[in-house]
Design a protein around this ligand. Structure first.
Ligand code: NAD
Ligand code: USQ
Length: 411
């Protein structure tokens, strides 16, 4: 297939582009490289030293003989995006190209606006470009499990049958997102659903859980292909953060009571899920939603698993409960369905199999690059930075104070 990977210089996008290229698809990456700029602006950096995009692609070509084209530009710029889609003529577009950090979107008004403009306008532009230039093309869009929030009922895959005043209908599952970032994904979902209906587009929304790991078969071929591994408070996701923390002897930063439960998946399953969605496209006019995760864990459970893994490697791993900087349920019911990708043939990697080799080893290998000052949370959901009388840098905000070390006893 001819596949455009928007956001192909990022964490999920880079691994996906290589995976699809290795499988014989013709891949083109579209990315503005803005994420590298945001890292610089915030003074954060990936644990793993990623190479410039052009160099990564040259190494990939030398190793495999496969060429991945790349187009550097911003998907919120319609002239750029439409010219690029016209040039690539993709059968599928995988859209990863968004600002994807919840804390980033909660720093202040500017970051909230940047997030929603970047994400909502980018997706809207893409919908128009597909309609105008490639109407048969299948849009595979990365959504998030966080669109649903944590309702006190089972979470279905996109839709729920409701009976109300004696009448029944199948309706979109209620959305209760927990940040301006997660809200942007809900807005995207509505725009995609609407345009599938009115323009007969084909859309798949992949409501992805929290991704962990950094290695895939392709990324591991050469040091120059290494993928990013974020551990800072803004872009680091919880399990990657815990592994980096364990590697340097920093107590694991559980926010609040740690009963927050989410769906998780290995990056190796992300790339496979996205390929499965491309190989089994939605019908014209169809808007489908797949819940893309493989296992559920509470933050507390993850901390225990990291403690155990660390102990096996001879690391002493302590746990700290910080006051939760976010507004979220710290204990709640959570049972989310995730069978549609399994039905398409997904064979998942389980956390228990991969944690030690794929995560802890990498964290330990690069631990000299960890800046401990980037670990404690500074962005607070209740106190978005005020525009007046405040320091210009997000990282200049005061860290959320720790209770001191209320270390959990080891299981
Ligand atoms: P990332 O920040 O590593 O990568 C995103 C890429 O998109 C970056 O290379 C960035 O430069 C590019 N980009 C952003 N805005 C752009 C624009 N306007 N024009 C062109 N390029 C732009 O993020 P990621 O972790 O790879 O996430 C990719 C997608 O998957 C996001 O949509 C995210 O919401 C979703 N997702 C990620 C996770 C996770 O745990 N990482 C979980 C669920 C969903
Ligand atoms: N958490 C901690 N300690 C930490 C970091 C996080 O306890 O040091 C907690 C958070 O409070 C939250 C949970 O862990 O309850 C998950 O936080 P996260 O930062 O790992 O994930 P989140 O903010 O939800 O965002 C990430 C990605 C986002 C994606 C989302 C999937 O950055 O792009 O959409 O995971 S989901 O969570 O299913 O919405």
């Amino acid at each position: 297939m001819k596949i455009a990977v928007l956001g192909g210089d990022g964490y999920c996008g880079w691994a996906t582009a290589l995976h699809l290229s290795a499988r014989g698809h013709r891949v083109a990456i579209v990315d503005s490289l803005v994420r590298r700029q945001w890292d610089d602006d915030l003074g954060v950096q990936t644990l793993t030293p990623i190479r410039p995009l052009a160099e990564r692609l040259r190494v990939w070509q030398d190793l495999t003989g496969n060429t991945i084209e790349f187009f550097v530009g911003d998907v919120t710029d319609y002239d750029f995006l439409s010219a690029t889609i016209e040039r690539i003529e993709p059968e599928a577009v995988i859209h990863f190209a968004e600002q994807r950090s919840a804390p980033f979107s909660m720093i202040d008004r500017q970051h909230a606006v940047l997030t929603q403009v970047n994400n909502v306008i980018g997706t809207l532009n893409l919908l128009f470009a597909i309609r105008e230039l490639q109407p048969e093309c299948h849009l595979v869009k990365l959504g998030t499990m966080g669109e649903y929030g944590t309702p006190n009922i089972d979470i279905e895959e996109g839709y729920i049958q409701i009976e109300h005043n004696g009448r029944k209908d199948v309706l979109p599952f209620p959305k209760q997102p927990g940040s301006f970032y997660h809200l942007s994904k809900v807005h995207d979902s509505h725009n995609i659903m609407f345009t599938c209906k009115v323009w007969n587009l084909r859309g798949t929304d992949l409501n992805q859980g929290v991704v962990y790991g950094t290695a895939t078969d392709e990324v591991e071929l050469d040091e120059a292909l290494i993928n990013r591994f974020d551990y800072d408070e803004i872009f680091g996701t919880v399990l990657n953060r815990f592994c980096a923390q364990a590697a340097i002897g920093h107590p694991l930063t559980i926010y609040g009571r740690g009963g927050q439960t989410r769906g998780f998946l290995d990056l190796r399953d992300t790339v496979r899920c996205v390929e499965l969605a491309c190989l089994h496209p939605a019908e014209p006019g169809e808007y489908r939603v797949f819940n893309q995760f493989t296992e559920q864990f509470s933050v507390r459970e993850l901390a225990s698993l990291v403690q155990l893994a660390g102990r096996k490697m001879g690391l002493r791993v302590a746990v700290d409960h910080l006051p939760d900087p976010r507004v979220e349920a710290e204990e709640h019911y959570y049972n989310a369905k995730h069978s549609k990708l399994m039905e398409l043939g997904l064979k998942s990697h389980l956390l228990s199999d991969s944690l030690l080799d794929s995560l802890m080893n990498i964290a330990v290998r690069y631990r000299d690059r960890i800046d401990p000052s980037l670990i404690l949370p500074k962005v607070n959901w209740r106190q978005a930075r005020n525009e007046r009388n405040q320091p210009a840098s997000a990282t200049a905000a005061a860290p959320v104070p720790s209770h001191g070390f209320s270390r959990d006893s080891l299981p």
